[in-house]
Design a binder for this molecule. Structure first.
Ligand SMILES: NC(=O)c1ccc[n+]([C@@H]2O[C@H](COP(=O)([O-])OP(=O)(O)OC[C@H]3O[C@@H](n4cnc5c(N)ncnc54)[C@H](O)[C@@H]3O)[C@@H](O)[C@H]2O)c1
Ligand SMILES: [Zn+2]
Length: 353
């Protein structure tokens, strides 16, 4: 088992990564709480839930199952979880456990941030995307009809337990979605991760445990380093949005249906890399390198369906607009991400053709 520290000051927390969760370490945390509410969703295989139950020593453990899917990040389900906490008299000596993907993690973290002005919660992410991205960094949220993640807070968990074991049951589409974010960390600065991916694409596709564990670990190191430096997203955290301005536009164009977040941002990263090339920040062989990495993992790199005219209106809505000009995250010749509003719009159009 390896351990990575994240956060700072009072909100420091550890992230544990292993094949199977260590019962002893988990209970070292859990024993400090009287009652626990495990929030999960209907798509998480029952065997995982049974396994978690058998790993918890606490006597007062309650379960709440959300319907699976993005629609569960809603006010009405937020209210239902709160109702459960009230029903069982939860107070600040008790805690929540988020057991699932990013949907479960986001809403559970938000309930924890607001119930009684804040109680503790623990993340046990079960999707690859949640393991390398959403469970780290303390962003929590629910959706409202006006937009995704518009109501939320920054709220670090007490700890995060990551087990590669859960990935064995993950559908291919969800696995690929998480791989997209892993490629992102490799392209914005983690050169060790980039080499690991370049040297082991088949093992990754085959979900070989030893390689998965190390690429997850490297991804978390990059994310936690960046979010710990910039907890409230005022500066360097922006580079985590590499591929996301184009990717969010692709998701919005598709009405958030039929394309996973990771698949959309993978296309977004290809487009952003082309833009970096047309802007002169990377060489042609480096652009080929990016495309080869994506292809070698069996991810889609063909973004021809989405041209400038289709995406334009959705890009203007992106949160990353400052002073009327859209910021883009680009990459440089050393494969470091950087934020810039200094570019020629002609190159954006060219990248999108
Ligand atoms: N807080 C953040 O920083 C952050 C970052 C990125 C994404 N997000 C949020 O995360 C959400 C997406 O998360 P996601 O991609 O994990 O999707 P998800 O939570 O919807 O999970 C995807 C599907 O996989 C199923 N599943 C989960 N674990 C499984 C397992 N081990 N085996 C089989 N099936 C399993 C779920 O039931 C669900 O149907 C979005 O709401 C997004 O806004 C948050
Ligand atoms: Zn993302």
């Amino acid at each position: 088992m390896s351990k990575i520290a994240a956060g700072k000051g009072d909100t420091k927390y550890n992230i544990y990564i292993s094949n199977k969760i260590s019962k002893r370490t988990l209970n070292q945390y859990l024993k400090t709480y009287n009652k626990l509410l495990v929030v999960t969703d209907s798509g998480i295989p029952k065997e995982h839930l049974k396994n978690l139950k058998s790993n918890i020593n606490n006597r007062n453990v309650y379960f709440f199952t959300l319907p699976m899917g993005e629609n569960s990040k809603s006010f009405s389900l937020y209210q239902k979880i709160i109702n459960e906490l009230v029903k069982f008299n939860f107070d600040r000596t008790d805690a929540l456990i988020a057991f699932g993907g990013g949907v479960v993690g986001d809403i559970t973290g938000f309930v924890a941030a607001t119930y009684l002005r804040g109680i503790c919660y623990i993340q046990i992410p079960t999707t690859l995307l949640a393991q390398v991205d959403s469970s780290i960094g303390g962003k929590t949220a629910i959706n409202i009809p006006q937009g995704k993640n518009l109501v939320g807070s920054f709220n670090n968990p007490k700890c995060v337990f990551i087990s590669t074991y859960f990935l064995n049951t993950l559908p291919q589409k969800e696995f690929n979605s998480g791989l997209g974010e892993i490629v992102k960390y490799a392209l914005i600065g983690n050169r060790k991760l980039k080499k690991l991916i370049e040297n082991n694409p088949q093992q990754i596709k085959d979900k070989k445990e030893s390689i998965l564990r190390i690429i997850i670990e490297e991804s978390i190191k990059t994310k936690s380093k960046i979010v710990t430096r910039d907890e409230k997203e005022s500066g360097v955290r922006a580079i985590l949005n590499f591929g996301h301005t184009f990717g969010h536009a692709i998701e919005a164009y598709n009405d958030y249906k039929n394309i996973s977040h990771g698949a959309a941002i993978t296309l977004g990263m290809i487009i952003a890399s082309k833009l970096s090339f047309y802007e002169g920040h990377i060489k042609d062989y480096q652009l080929d390198n990016v495309i080869n990495i994506v292809d070698s993992l069996g991810l889609n790199s063909d973004h021809r369906k989405y041209n400038y005219f289709k995406l334009k209106k959705f890009m203007a809505n992106d949160k990353k607009v400052s002073k009327g000009k859209l910021n883009f995250i680009m990459i440089d010749k050393n494969f470091n991400g950087f934020k810039t509003s200094n570019y020629d719009i002609k190159n954006v159009k060219k990248a999108l053709n």
